[in-house]
Ligand binder design. Sequence first.
Ligand SMILES: [Zn+2]
Length: 98
Amino acid sequence: MKTIPNKINILGRDFTVSIRNREHDGTGELASSRYAAQCIWIEKDCHIQVQEESLIHEMIEMLNTMLELDLEHHKISSLGVSLYQVLYENKLSFGNME
Ligand SMILES: [Zn+2]
C-alpha cells in the first residue's frame, strides 16, 4: 500500500507532496511545507514511518496556518507524533487510499 500520496487535500486546497533529498537542497529538515505554494516536502532518506509521521506533522502545520490556531511548534510536534501513533497502531485509514 502506498502511504505517501503525491497530492493531499487540506480544507479544500490541493497540496503537492514531493519526496526530496535534504542534502541536495541543503535544508537539513526531515520535512517542510509552504502554504502559499501548497507544497509539502518529505525527506527521501528516512524510514517510511518517519516519512508518514512527517506527513502528519506537515498536515497539522498547514491546519495551524489555515485555521489560525496559533499552536506553538512543540504542540504541533506532539500532536503529529501522537496522532500518527494512534492511526498506525490501530491500522486506521479512511476514504479510498491506494
Ligand atoms: Zn514543523
